[in-house]
Design a protein around this ligand. Structure first.
Ligand SMILES: [Zn+2]
Ligand SMILES: [Zn+2]
Length: 69
């Protein structure tokens, strides 16, 4: 069971587009993460510094692929 993953971006509240994950394990669309980072260097959700680290959220991509079957 791995239902901990969110379905939607915290910023735009829509399904992820190019999902990325921060150091603090929060998920955003890449464009939302970058847009937020441009004005605020802290995570949108938990306010920890992101250090500009946005990794491709492979687990979200896998989940999305699995649900598209
Ligand atoms: Zn978004
Ligand atoms: Zn966070």
């Amino acid at each position: 069971m791995d239902d901990e993953l969110p379905f939607a971006c915290f910023i735009c509240r829509k399904l992820f587009v190019d999902p990325v994950v921060t150091k603090c394990k929060h998920y955003f669309c890449e464009h939302c993460a970058l847009k937020h980072h441009a004005k605020n260097k802290k995570c949108f959700v938990c306010n920890q510094p992101t250090l500009g680290i946005f990794n491709t959220a492979q687990e979200i991509l896998k989940k999305m692929a699995a649900e598209n079957k």
